[in-house]
Design a protein around this ligand. Structure first.
Ligand code: ADP
Ligand code: MG
Length: 372
C-alpha cells in the first residue's frame, strides 16, 4: 500500500510518539495522567484495560477528536497539535461500525475518498484494493443489510483502509459480535494486519482478544500504562499485581518480605508459613507484598522430578471437569480459593473432596509483586 511502509523520519524513530500527554475533561481529574508511548511503524498495538482507564481518550487524542491538555503527540516527527483529524492520515473503525445502511458497499467505501478529495478516476482502483484486502471482492453492490455481521465488520475495516492511511485506529470494533464470530474476526484481523503491513492501534477491555492479535499490548489502569510488552512477556512476566490480575488468572497471596538474597526472596504469610519467590516488584524486608501464582504453575502431589522447591499442605474443596483441563480448588496457604489447573492427560487424577494433599511449585513461578 503506497509508501506507508516507509518512515520518513528514519528507521529508528517511532511512527507515533506520545510525549508527557495528559488529559482532563473537567479541569480536575486527569483521565490520562502522563502518557509516554512510542508506536512503531507496522505494529499491531493494543490498548488494553478496564472500562474508564483512558483507552478511548488516548485513541481520540491520536485521531484528533480530543485535544491534549498537556504534552504533545508526534506523528512522523511532526507535532499534531495544529493538525485537524482529516489531515492526520488516520483511518478509524468504531464499535458500532456505522455503515450507511442505504448505501451499497461501494458507496460506503467511496464516501471517505470523497471526504479526502480523491479524484473519481482513482476511486475504483482504491475501492477494489481495499475490498481485496478484506476478501470481499465482488460484494460492491450489496447493502449492509445483505451482509453477515462479520462481513459488515470487514467492510468497516475496508472503509478505514480505503484512503490508504498511515495508521488504522479501532475502538472495540468486535464488541457487538457474538463470541464465536468475534474469535474468528480476531484471527482475520491479525491476518489482514500481516498482509497490509499498516500500523494498527486497537482498543479493547478483553485480554484474550489482546493476546490473540497484538504484537505489543499497553495495559492501562486509571490513566497510566502499567506495562507495555508482547503478549507472552505480559502473561509470563507481569511486572505488578494489577497486570498479573488483569491478564489471565492468578492466585494471589499477601505476605511480608522477610529476606531478599540474589534472585529469590522469602515471604512470610499471615499463617506463619514461608514461601520462596522471585522478587519482581518488592520493597525491603518488612514490607508487604503480593505473591502471584498462575493456576497452571501449581503441581498437585509433586514428585521429585517436578522441580518444586517446597511443598505445602492443602485440602481439596472442589473439582470441576472442563474438558481440556480440570480445575481443582484447594484450601492452602491460609486461603480457601487456591485454584489449580490440571491439564488433561498430565497424569490427571481425581481426589476426594476434603482429601489432604500436597501442592508445590517452582519458586521462579511464584512472583513477589507490589502489595495489591
Ligand atoms: P475507556 O475507553 O478505557 O473505557 P475513556 O477514555 O472512555 O476510558 O474514559 C476515561 C475517563 O474519562 C472515564 O472516567 C470517563 O468517564 C471520562 N470521560 C470520557 N469521555 C469523556 C467526556 N467526553 N467528557 C467527560 N468525561 C469523559
Ligand atoms: Mg472506551
Amino acid at each position: 500500500m503506497t509508501d506507508s511502509g516507509q518512515n520518513r523520519t528514519g528507521a529508528n524513530e517511532p511512527l507515533v510518539r506520545f510525549e508527557n500527554v495528559q488529559k482532563t475533561y473537567d479541569g480536575e481529574i486527569l483521565v490520562v495522567k502522563d502518557l509516554n508511548l512510542d508506536i512503531e511503524q507496522g505494529e499491531f498495538l493494543t490498548l488494553l484495560g478496564p472500562s474508564g482507564s483512558g483507552k478511548t481518550t488516548t485513541l481520540m487524542m491520536l485521531a484528533g477528536f480530543e485535544s491534549t491538555t498537556h504534552g504533545d503527540i508526534i506523528l512522523d516527527g511532526r507535532s499534531l497539535r495544529t493538525v485537524p483529524p482529516h489531515k492526520r492520515d488516520i483511518g478509524m473503525v468504531f464499535q458500532n461500525y456505522a455503515l450507511f445502511p442505504h448505501m451499497t458497499v461501494y458507496e460506503n467505501l467511496a464516501f471517505p475518498l470523497q471526504c479526502h478529495n480523491v479524484p473519481k478516476s482513482g476511486q475504483d482502483r482504491k475501492i477494489a484494493a481495499a475490498l481485496a484486502m478484506v476478501e470481499l471482492t465482488g460484494f460492491e453492490r450489496r447493502r449492509p443489510g445483505q451482509l453477515s455481521g462479520g462481513q459488515q465488520q470487514r467492510v468497516a475495516l475496508a472503509r478505514a483502509l480505503v484512503f490508504e492511511p498511515r495508521i488504522v485506529l479501532m475502538d472495540e470494533p468486535l464488541g457487538a459480535l457474538d463470541k464465536k464470530l468475534r474469535e474468528q474476526m480476531q484471527i482475520e484481523m491479525k491476518h489482514i494486519h500481516e498482509n497490509v503491513g499498516l500500523t494498527f492501534v486497537y482498543v479493547t477491555h478483553d485480554q484474550s482478544e489482546a493476546l490473540t492479535m497484538s504484537n505489543r499490548i499497553a495495559v492501562f489502569d486509571d490513566g497510566v500504562i502499567q506495562q507495555l510488552d508482547g503478549p507472552e512477556e505480559l502473561y509470563e512476566r507481569p511486572k505488578n499485581a494489577f497486570v498479573a490480575q488483569f491478564i489471565g488468572e492468578n492466585n494471589r497471596v499477601n505476605g511480608t518480605v522477610r529476606d531478599i538474597s540474589g534472585d529469590r526472596c522469602l515471604v512470610e504469610l499471615p499463617n506463619g508459613q514461608t514461601v520462596k519467590a522471585l522478587p519482581v516488584n518488592v520493597g525491603a524486608a518488612g514490607e508487604a507484598t503480593t505473591l502471584s501464582l498462575r493456576p497452571e504453575a501449581i503441581v498437585l502431589e509433586p514428585a521429585d522430578g517436578d522441580g518444586c522447591d517446597d511443598t505445602y499442605p492443602a485440602i481439596v474443596r472442589e473439582q470441576i471437569y472442563m474438558g481440556d483441563h480440570t480445575r481443582v480448588r484447594v484450601e492452602a496457604c491460609g486461603q480457601d480459593d487456591f485454584v489449580i489447573k490440571m491439564p488433561r492427560g498430565s497424569g490427571a487424577r481425581s481426589f476426594e473432596l476434603g482429601q489432604d494433599i500436597a501442592i508445590g511449585w517452582r519458586s521462579g513461578d511464584c512472583r513477589a509483586l507490589d502489595a495489591a
